[in-house]
Design a protein around this ligand. Structure first.
Ligand SMILES: *Cc1c(COP(=O)(O)O)cnc(C)c1O
Length: 389
């Protein structure tokens, strides 16, 4: 019955599956008929501490009874604590601005870069280089920053100043005296779970520093321990000038954040958000970071990531007739499938067999499990996946 209501009243933006999920525990989620599903998606990299996490839900619940929102015209203590905590965990000497989504965090990053190009010397600079296979969001500007031309139908005219590079090697050649920033994902998510080459990233980072061109790391998907460290930039041992995060930070509560070493780039009035960093979302972020820091320190995160990786690699080998190779880092993983048709079939079959997986790019089966997934859940998920190949 609700399928009809959904189709009648909600815009048809998504190719939706009609199922009624009612509750979940960690990486297992249940429908209204009591069927259990193994969740290898964590709501597209969001439910980082799993479904029904008691600690997170207690934190949200008690905060909601005290105060949810007061606006950014007043100090919000948990927002300040969250910013400090992110800097402590990452070791970055930056300041943060809180928004509500990844696209919005990227809008903030683009504004920071544009302001830097405007006020920092002559000639004024505004160009931002991104990669052709990137994904940076769905707002008009973050969509234009997304280098996939096929996504640019219908919505123009777009803001000027975005330049697309085929790959990392081409970036240096495209830099000119109007270039103010380069924006990249260290592991491309939507583009097909494509980790960037470490040496090339280090070389690029050095080149940009010399040229005073800002490096923006879009860590909306890679951030918050998704690749094993709090930021993928920690893993790659680079120091971007601007970093954006969102997906995993609130554990399902919408939180976006842009942080930068240009600590005084904004003056009051330059940027803002009504909801961003309110009591509820900041407390959720703090709780998620507490849970994940403890999990990481216990050694379990690395142990289970390794376990997942071994399972995935063995699976790829066993099904080498269909799987080209296993790709990705940490809990941002994929299987490159030999055709888009087979991939579509596998995703549908996986759903029938009660394991949730994602697509990425043209032919990648994508896995973004909750970071707290257990070995048992992984085992069960791969057993179910076995029936789909
Ligand atoms: C998901 C994603 C975004 C967009 O985030 P929203 O919260 O959907 O706006 C931007 N960049 C990357 C790398 C992403 O994975």
């Amino acid at each position: 019955m609700y399928e009809k209501i959904d189709k009648e009243y909600v815009l048809h933006t998504y190719g939706r599956k009609y199922i009624d999920f009612t509750h979940g525990k960690n990486a297992t989620i249940f429908d209204d008929k009591g069927n259990d599903y193994i969740d290898f998606t964590s709501g597209i990299g969001v439910v980082s501490v799993g479904h029904g996490n008691d600690k997170l839900s207690d934190a949200i619940c008690s905060q909601s009874k005290a105060i949810i929102h007061i606006s950014n015209l007043f100090m919000i203590k948990p927002q300040a604590k969250l910013a400090k905590k992110i800097m402590e965990l990452s070791g970055y000497d930056m300041r943060a601005f809180f928004a509500n989504s990844g696209a919005e965090a990227n809008e903030g990053a683009i504004k920071i870069a544009r302001k830097y190009g405007e006020v920092e010397g002559e000639p004024k600079r505004y160009k931002i280089i991104t990669l052709k296979n990137s994904f940076h969001g769905r707002t008009i500007t973050s969509l234009k920053a997304t280098g996939q031309e096929k996504m640019h139908n219908f919505f123009g005219p777009y803001p000027d100043g975005f330049v697309y590079a085929e790959d990392l090697d081409e970036i240096e050649k495209l830099c000119d005296d109007k270039t103010v920033a380069v924006m990249i994902e260290l592991v491309q998510g939507e583009g097909g779970v494509e980790p960037q080459d470490r040496l090339k990233i280090n070389k690029l980072s050095k080149f940009l520093k010399e040229k005073d061109i800002l490096l923006i790391a879009d860590e909306v998907q890679t951030g918050i321990y998704r690749t094993g460290e709090i930021f993928a930039s920690n893993l790659y041992e680079i120091e971007p000038d601007i970093i954006t995060i969102a997906k995993g930070l609130g554990g399902g509560v919408p939180v976006g954040c842009v942080m930068t070493n240009l600590k005084d780039i904004f003056s009051p009035g330059d940027h803002g958000s009504t909801f961003g960093g309110n009591y509820l979302s900041s407390v959720a972020g703090l709780s998620v970071l507490d849970i994940l820091k403890e999990y990481k320190d216990s050694g379990l995160l690395d142990e289970v990531m390794l376990y997942f990786s071994e399972k995935l690699n063995a699976f790829a080998k066993k099904h080498s007739d269909i799987v080209i190779k296993s790709v990705g880092l940490g809990f941002m993983r994929g299987l490159r499938i030999n055709s888009a048709e087979n991939l579509a079939k596998i995703v549908d079959k996986a759903f029938e067999n009660r394991v949730l997986v994602l697509k990425a790019g043209r032919n990648t089966l994508r896995f973004l499990p909750p970071l707290t997934i257990t070995k048992d859940e992984i085992e069960k998920g791969f057993e179910r996946l076995e029936k789909c190949f």
